[in-house]
Design a binder for this molecule. Structure first.
Ligand code: SF4
Length: 476
């Protein structure tokens, strides 16, 4: 009998079965007690074959399997090859609204010293000159960037002059659509991102503070949709207490506005807003209940149409190894500043927008340098080291580790530290619920759900019925 090699594996009970995953996220469902049988060399013949295919336990003579696994681990842990190409900028911090959850990332409408000046523009131009690659995506955040259409136009020209492929996203509260902004929106490579928290009364309570402006918002939205089509605009709800109670109302609203996607994102209240929404910002159980109800409803909707929850879909793609690791708060390793960065109104560079906000509240300074100056490599190395679930003592033992990400900025903002036991964190409890839900449906071969998973993976209303994607050969 030849000796066997065993590589790191993880397991979790899913209903009456046991999910076993390898180091890079291949997985299979086994009968209960499999972990003990792997370690005790007490496997049934078909279990031996399947575990060998999963590169978890194989004959020493098949040493190449170890090398194949090592190569895949190396590829997963490597930096993206794409280079820095997605830049979020805050050309002004001034805003004409004062939303309940956004007090740290705005300055009053007439405040002085919160806009980019000629010198910042010139430094940004040099910054763009330093980027490699032939693509760039620039997202204008604020504040309300449309207060400065002149800056937007100049920055669009800078991007277009330097890169064969350029795309621009203007994040706006859509309180007005001036003639100058309409001209900018008309360009095919310019997109609009806005916030829609709910119907008029919710918008009035969260954002505009009066019904008239909330009405105006929806009129502007309809105007944009009429002029340029729904593909021009994406929207994000900030889900506060009012909408948590009724996920269907929010989803119905997005459907009625013509969207085929919604991103249900919990708010990580920061600064003053943290005090106002103290309980809500900690209550992950309430969030999970809302989210599960929302997903169940969306699955029903998908019987007749295509409608996606952006984040669930992202997690699915991570599990089924579809290459779409674009979300900076859900990657591991994260490699900050490798493909994405945020540049504030004062020229400071941050690894993410949440990191910028956390710094602005005086919580902890996560800036990594300044446009035109050196990057603090030591700080960057430190942040990167703590942005790998592969080195976290809880994640290391979790069956979902290969599919999961890490969000140290969220941990810092909620717990003031990054070393809380992972299993007790909001991030972990939120993701554990999503993974459990997905694997419950895969383990039980729930065709209604699997059909929706396929729609989201392929991004098609009528995807091929490739259920093989979810199972190893023995399970099909
Ligand atoms: S954060 Fe939680 S779900 Fe994600 S890998 Fe770590 S322990 Fe698992």
């Amino acid at each position: 009998m030849t000796d066997k090699l065993t590589t790191p594996f993880r397991f979790r009970e899913i209903g009456s079965r046991t999910l076993v995953s390898n180091e890079v996220g291949d997985y299979g469902f086994f009968e209960a007690g499999i972990a003990g049988r792997i370690l005790g060399n007490d496997l049934l013949k078909d279990e031996e074959t399947r575990l060998s295919d999963l590169l978890i336990k194989f004959d020493e003579t098949e040493h190449w399997k170890l090398l194949a696994l090592a190569k895949r681990v190396k590829d997963r842990l490597s930096r993206t090859k794409q280079g820095l190409s997605y830049i979020i900028i805050i050309p002004t911090l001034r805003c004409d609204l004062s939303c309940t959850y956004c007090q740290v990332s705005r300055a009053p409408l007439h405040a002085k010293g919160f806009d980019w000046d000629e010198e910042k523009l010139s430094r940004f131009s040099n910054f763009l000159d330093g980027l490699q690659g032939d693509k760039v995506k620039i997202e204008f955040q604020g504040g309300e960037p449309t207060l400065r259409p002149d800056l937007i136009k100049q920055i669009i020209s800078m991007g277009e002059e330097r890169f064969p492929e350029s795309e621009f996203v203007i994040c706006t509260n859509l309180m007005s659509v001036t003639k100058e902004m309409a001209e900018i929106y008309r360009r095919p490579n310019v997109y609009i991102s806005t916030s829609i928290d709910g119907p008029e009364d919710v918008m009035a309570s969260n954002r505009t503070h009066n019904q008239k402006s909330a009405k105006q918002f929806f009129e502007n939205f309809k105007h944009i949709k009429y002029c340029y089509g729904i593909h021009k605009v994406s929207a994000l709800p900030t889900i506060t207490e009012e909408m948590l109670r009724d996920p269907k109302a929010l989803i119905d609203l997005y459907l009625s506005l013509g969207f085929s996607s919604i991103f249900l994102r919990p708010v990580n209240y920061m600064g003053f807003a943290r005090k106002t929404f103290k309980e809500l910002s900690k209550d992950v159980a309430k969030w999970n209940q809302f989210y599960r109800e929302a997903i169940e409803y969306i699955v029903q909707i998908n019987k007749d149409t295509f409608f996606e929850e952006f984040y669930f879909s992202l997690v699915l793609k991570n599990i089924f190894q579809i290459d779409d690791h674009g979300f900076v708060d859900f990657r591991s390793p994260n490699f900050f500043l490798s493909d994405y960065c945020v540049i504030d109104f004062d020229g400071r560079i941050y690894p993410s927008d949440e990191a910028r906000m956390l710094s602005r509240t005086g919580h902890v300074d996560l800036s990594l340098g300044e446009m035109g100056g050196p990057i603090d490599k030591e700080k960057l190395r430190n942040l990167n080291w703590h942005s790998m679930n592969q080195v976290d003592s809880d994640c290391l033992h979790c069956a979902y580790m290969p599919f999961c990400g890490v969000d140290m900025i969220d941990d810092l903002s909620r717990y003031n530290r990054i070393d809380s036991p992972k299993l007790d964190t909001w991030f972990c409890m939120r993701h554990m619920m999503i993974f459990d839900l997905i694997f419950e449906k895969v383990a039980s071969k729930d065709i209604e759900w699997l059909d929706v998973f396929l729609k989201w993976v392929y991004r098609k209303i009528d995807p091929p019925k490739t259920y093989e994607l979810f199972y190893d050969k023995a399970e099909i």
